[in-house]
Design a protein around this ligand. Sequence first.
Ligand SMILES: Cc1cc2nc3c(=O)[nH]c(=O)nc-3n(C[C@H](O)[C@H](O)[C@H](O)COP(=O)(O)OP(=O)(O)OC[C@H]3O[C@@H](n4cnc5c(N)ncnc54)[C@H](O)[C@@H]3O)c2cc1C
Length: 528
Amino acid sequence: MGGGLTGLWIAWKLTSGPGPVRRVTLLEASSRFSGRIKTKYDSSGEPLYEEGAWRLPTNHERMLQLCKDLGLPLMEVRSEGRQSMQAWAGADGPWVTAQTPQVPMLCSSRTLSTWDRLASERGVEFADDSAARTGYAGIDIMAAGSDAYGVEAMATQQPREEAEVNRSYVVPKRGLSAICEELVTRLKARPDRVRLLLNARVQDVRLQEPGARTQVEATLRADHNAFRTQTFDGDAVVLAAPPECVASFPSSFQLLRPILESLEGVPLFKAYAPVGREFAALTCLGPAFHLKSDTLLQQIISGTYADANMVQLAYCAGRRAEALERLRLCRNAEHTICEEILRLLSPRCDKGAVRQLLASTGMDFFFWKNAVHIWRPTFELDVSKKSREACVLPCGPAYPHVFLCGEAYSTVQGWGEGALQTAEWVLSALQAMGSDVGARTPVPSMISLRGLQLQLVNTVPPGMLAAGSRIIDASRWKKVHPGGERAITNHEGEDIELLFAAMQHPAYAYGFLFALQIGWLTPGVRPK
Ligand SMILES: Cc1cc2nc3c(=O)[nH]c(=O)nc-3n(C[C@H](O)[C@H](O)[C@H](O)COP(=O)(O)OP(=O)(O)OC[C@H]3O[C@@H](n4cnc5c(N)ncnc54)[C@H](O)[C@@H]3O)c2cc1C
């Protein structure tokens, strides 16, 4: 399920060698592949700008290797790097130039987000300011352990320059969509092994015990406004889509819920205008710049593709992104962006000329409600361990043929690199299932094969709880549970799944179940 980067990559890898997988069916809900990677091209096929993902850090080895394997030449993203980031260094105004003082890490708990930590140690104002200076205010609610867009590093480390300004980025000359296009071309060349279906939205995944084939129910768009339902069955099902897309499955939601509720989508908003060269000249910014400020716009960035003459007038996250989207809905975004730019730039440019320039053209807006994801700062979540668990054994050993993958579940959230990280885990787990993809492999050996350090037990050990078949180590939880220690000790050794649901615990509390999970009950065993 899912024809974004992750799904396409897995389908390609599974079918490119002699491996155990005979045939892959890829179901993509929309009318195009590529998901959150979406290059906009001009009428002659040249890239104009990126609606979604827009650059690859040069230390993202998986992405760079993929571009190499697909024969895609890369070019440097001009707006990044020391020179352009410091274009306005020393200028008055809100641009990011100063280094953030080093913040002592008094508390290393994985339960705190970047913002939590800064606010508690340096005050709310400092935390807000620090967040704004990263250019991604709103992502800093993340827990330490996963650091989307280096916000944690930027907000807390010294010197900031090293974390941010020295980083360099590349992009395929043909645009990021070329990666997915190349994958699709290669998959289409193997019609005997790969079936690609667009307009095929998975509605449910019915979990079956090992040996039985998993059923995937999908709605296929047959015509303009005509749909039909089809059930597919397979030996393994890979859910290569973000959590919010999986959360609606009636049959599997309950089992996946502790993982899905551990994750949160973060919105991003972009505004582009086709006035790159004039804008750079009128504002004296030069051809390549990337400015950050504590405003609604957050970031102003020169276009990636030099010939396209675009400028990104806003690129922001979190509630700023939500605000600009709502302004767009009431047809006020262009005016607001223009006024905000004038306020920022007026000491250094001709206000009237810039206003006239921006009024002379339209802007293109892109709002991604769940653009990237973060692990919620859930109680004691150890992302470095839990990411792999979420991907290779999301529903436990009773359902070893279900997998989750994508940027959201990774330790490199917010990036294509994270998508490929999880895809690699899932690929090797699928390959480890060997020719016996239908999972008739004995369960304990399957667990060790997947490289997880999870216990498989026949009874709930003392001091622990079960939530369905998840074994929860509640020893730390009971010390902080709002219902007091007895709320937990009263139920030690029991299955609390029904009780938990009956108490109508909030969504985030389900994340505790995943964070504190240390094992699984052996399939077939029921706790009291
Ligand atoms: C604005 C923005 C900026 C970004 N910037 C960068 C960047 O600069 N560099 C970088 O590396 N990454 C960046 N990213 C992240 C990058 O885009 C993602 O990590 C990557 O594209 C994720 O790929 P994916 O296949 O895991 O998920 P997706 O691309 O989301 O693909 C999931 C696919 O599943 C499909 N689907 C969903 N539900 C169903 C269903 N029920 N049935 C069938 N199909 C379904 C969707 O239609 C979609 O095609 C950015 C993302 C955004 C939005």
